[in-house]
Design a binder for this molecule. Structure first.
Ligand code: URP
Ligand code: ZN
Ligand code: ZN
Length: 487
């Protein structure tokens, strides 16, 4: 007779808050016991010499999505979540993306149908590209009530960008309905101006992708979205912070007490603008937005991780094959940098690169790694403590980590459906040995046991972590229309 369905035995349990030596007992997909010498499990994982961590939460990834910059993602929910699981991730937050002139609800229904093939748990951010009266006042409130508690907006990309007036409408409904707005912050007009001039000067190659969007376009947009959020006293999450300038704006806001959260991504830890400086076919592999920056920016990002400006690391997995069909070269194999699909794949490499560059190189400690890759996202997006911690009562989403394992990343060891990795040849120390999704072992030392349909949608009710702090710049609250009496 076994006491548990599964016991993870003999490892070092690492949570964001504490480290302890204990076994983990699992029953019916949940953690039911933490302790020494637990009784037998029907299934046992030997974690001796390994770290037992909360499964990763990747709170920014694009799956099976039409791109904002042309092309279509080279990843189904089955392949994307399989790849995530092999990389130690047990929950993803991906997107249901509205395009201009579309209503939102049918799109969300489509994404739910496609996502039924997921191998791990998932939930959605709703991309708002056309905030009409109906979308803002009827569809978004209804969809938030159904558990889609985060919205995503773009300040750039012709197909998606919102004006400041439109952004305020989105922040307004988010505040009314207790949702979090996530932002792609780059100054659109400045990028368009630079792009036009670069193309006029016949500077078409991928290296000029970085020139059309220098750090100042990100700094300006971060500063502007922070001010717009402050006008309503509404928290926001700034996506994919790539450079020192943007992080400085966020830090300044945080020091004023504003609830501004932010993430960065592994591509900004290990790629630089020099990676774009190759022939078009190769350079396209590194075209993403914001653009890869400099080594100085990489170190600045780690500084901001250490002081808490940046709270989580996501993949921004945005996979395109190197082809002319729906991939990087959807606009033709002679396409200039401005018409190459933006994004890099990275669901599976997110945790290993962050561990290797962070923990193995001594930049952060183990607990910060757990906070960055799992716990902070769980708190920020209303999944905690069901996800993001190894605790009795929580889902048995677990990653057993081999901190010693040295791996050279190559395309053939990965499980995504994209036909390349931008990290080809990168040597990392640390790799997930075992991934467990709600008690099911989905990855075990090289053996994949993912089951399409295993993953469940997680509806997210209101939660306190993103409650506004209530300090408005005037006595008038533009959301409730109330005026506070001045004393
Ligand atoms: O280049 C990127 N990041 N592509 C994906 C869409 C986005 O901007 O997040
Ligand atoms: Zn973005
Ligand atoms: Zn993205």
């Amino acid at each position: 007779m076994s006491d548990y369905d599964l016991v993870v035995r003999g490892g070092t349990v690492v949570n964001a808050a504490e480290i302890s030596r204990c076994d983990v007992g699992v029953r019916d997909g949940r953690i039911v016991a933490l302790g020494e010498n637990l009784g037998p499990g029907a299934n046992e994982i030997d974690a001796t010499g390994r770290y037992v961590m909360p499964g990763g939460i990747d709170s920014h990834c694009h799956i099976d999505q039409q791109s904002s910059t042309g092309g279509r993602n080279a990843e189904s929910f089955e392949s994307g979540t399989r790849s995530a699981a092999c990389g130690g991730t047990t929950t993803i937050i991906c997107f249901a993306a509205q395009e201009k002139d579309e209503s939102l609800t049918p799109i969300v229904t489509d994404y739910h149908r496609w996502a039924k093939q997921s191998c791990i748990d998932y939930t959605f951010h709703l991309i708002i590209s056309d905030p009409t009266e109906e979308v803002i006042n009827e569809e978004v409130p209804r969809l938030i009530d159904q558990g889609h508690r985060s919205l995503k907006i773009f300040m750039t990309y012709p197909k998606n960008r919102l004006s400041d007036a439109e952004i305020l409408k989105v922040l307004d409904v988010a505040k009314r309905k207790q949702a979090l707005v996530c932002v792609h912050a780059e100054n659109h007009d400045a990028i368009m101006y630079m792009t036009e001039k670069l193309l006029k000067a016949e500077k078409n190659s991928t290296r000029y992708h970085a020139w059309c969007k220098p750090p100042l376009v990100e700094r300006e947009a971060c500063s502007r979205i922070i001010m717009l959020a402050e006008l309503l006293a509404q928290p926001i999450q700034i996506f994919h912070v790539s450079c020192e300038e943007a992080a400085e704006e966020i830090r300044r806001a945080q020091r004023r007490g504003l609830k501004i959260f932010s993430e960065t991504c592994p591509q900004y830890f290990v790629l630089t603008a020099r990676d774009l400086d190759r022939d078009q076919r190769e350079g396209a592999k590194f075209v993403c937005s914001p653009a890869p920056r400099s080594e100085g920016d990489q170190e600045a990002l780690w500084d901001h991780v250490r002081i808490g400006t940046i709270g989580n690391v996501t993949s921004d997995h945005a996979p395109y094959n190197i082809d002319e069909l729906e991939g990087k070269f959807w606009a033709g194999d002679n396409a200039p940098f401005s018409q190459i699909a933006n994004g890099v794949p990275g669901l599976e490499t997110r945790m290993p690169i962050t561990f290797s560059e962070g923990v193995a190189k001594g930049r952060i400690d183990l607990q910060t790694f757990v906070a960055l890759t799992s716990t902070n996202a769980a708190k920020l997006f209303g999944l905690y403590p069901q996800k993001g911690t190894i605790a009795v009562g929580g889902d048995a989403d677990i990653c057993v980590w081999d901190a010693e394992r040295e791996v050279t990343i190559t395309q053939d060891i990965l499980h995504h459906d994209t036909d390349y990795t931008p990290y080809d040849g990168l040597e990392v120390t640390g790799w997930p040995a075992v991934t467990i999704s709600r008690g099911k072992v989905v990855w075990n030392d090289g053996v994949v046991n993912c089951e399409p349909g295993w993953g469940r949608f997680i509806a997210r009710p209101p939660y306190d972590y993103i409650a506004p702090r209530g300090i408005l710049p005037t006595p008038f609250d533009p959301v409730t229309l109330e005026t506070r009496e001045e004393v």
